[in-house]
Design a protein around this ligand. Sequence first.
Ligand SMILES: NC(=O)c1ccc[n+]([C@@H]2O[C@H](COP(=O)([O-])OP(=O)(O)OC[C@H]3O[C@@H](n4cnc5c(N)ncnc54)[C@H](O)[C@@H]3O)[C@@H](O)[C@H]2O)c1
Length: 450
Amino acid sequence: MKIAIIGTGYVGLVTGVCLASQGHQVICVDKEQSIVAGINHMQSPIYEPGLQELIAPVVSSGNLVATTALKAAVQEAEVSLIAVGTPLGDKGIDLDYVKSSALEIGAVLKEKTDYHVVCVKSTVVPATTDTLVRGILEAASGKRAGEFGLAMNPEFLREGKAVLDFMHPDRIVIGAYDDRSFAVMEGVYAGFDAPIVRTNLRTAEMIKYTANALLATLISYANEIASLCEATGEIDVQEVLAAVALDKRFTPRINNEVIYPEMLQYLQAGCGFGGSCFPKDLKALLAFGRDRGCLPRIVSAAIAINEEQAERILRKLEDKLGSLAGKKIAVLGLAFKPGTDDVRESPSIRIIKGLLQKGAEVCASDPIALEKMKLAIPEAKGVRYTKDYKLALLGAAGALLITPWQEYLEIPPEDYSQLMHYPLVVDCRRALAKNLLESAGVIYAGVGLA
Ligand SMILES: NC(=O)c1ccc[n+]([C@@H]2O[C@H](COP(=O)([O-])OP(=O)(O)OC[C@H]3O[C@@H](n4cnc5c(N)ncnc54)[C@H](O)[C@@H]3O)[C@@H](O)[C@H]2O)c1
């Protein structure tokens, strides 16, 4: 099939490359000339495991081309997937990019005689596709929905595992305006081995928010229990959550083997959720509910707990060090999770800003996210950045493990005790071996443990 993808960021590019590798003819459209040029030169503009390797064959075979020319792409294609950003605005979700894409596509549909399906892949609040997008497309094209197809196909990929997730989805949710739209969308995913959930347009939108809000709420719930453990003393949240998880309703047994569903990875105390999706999607859902007089209170609490987590971590550091003014603090990890260079809404941002406010000297390390962080907090000029964690630790009065990159989990305990001025390690992910560190002379502090 000929597929146009509007917006070639994380979702658009991964979708485009994966669909092209399935034999579709994909035209990736982006406003950014540098992104388009990079793709056509077989260079991925983002770091995502496995993506770079897939780009070269699909570009050289001609199955994937990138362009800034939306009009020609939509003219040629049978289906357009809208994968532009949906950031958070002052009053909730900002749909400006979706609106302008719909307007441009609608103008092409006016002239186009072939049937064409417009599918929203961006995360949008319920009823966006069947009211706002449909209205714009109808007004711009002079046609009624039905004459063109309309669909909503939320994306569930996780950064760091995006290619794997896209190629092996748990389910493919397709909200469709009518049977004809659905049939076209089924063709897009013909090569995938996953159950297809067929719904109406707004249910598809709600499924995406419900999934993200549930996963983020698990994280905040674990952090709330962690705070209670710390406030009480002599309770380790990890011990608590591990025992809770042994309930067979969470961890079924198959042939006496305990099965740990991946969902339990979210029921872990840490420094809170970040990334381009959870924070903005929860806030968008909160604003959406508020506008409808139906405030989602659990979601509201999950956001508040998450936003307070950085301050709790800084208090932990101050409990051990007193004033942080003039003290060097090593921040290990900037990306919001391992496997990506994405720092959007990363907990490290709040933590670094808090450290600077308290007068600390910050030395931050990350294997791949340094450049993105420099752009994310240009105002934080005092931060020193290094790829070499040893330089970050050298002379530091405290180290915070923020992103559990494998190389940080493998730091020999002696590196902390020998390099640091005062070998205090705050394990913000509960990913380090406390006993091993302590036996090497490290002073260990962990989230959910006091
Ligand atoms: N990043 C994720 O892990 C993820 C996962 C699932 C869903 N989503 C959702 O997918 C959507 C896209 O997210 P993303 O992270 O890929 O965004 P992104 O910001 O990385 O990419 C969006 C791209 O769209 C381009 N763009 C904007 N308006 C355009 C227009 N009119 N024409 C052409 N290009 C245009 C921008 O230049 C940018 O390159 C969002 O709604 C997001 O919530 C993201």
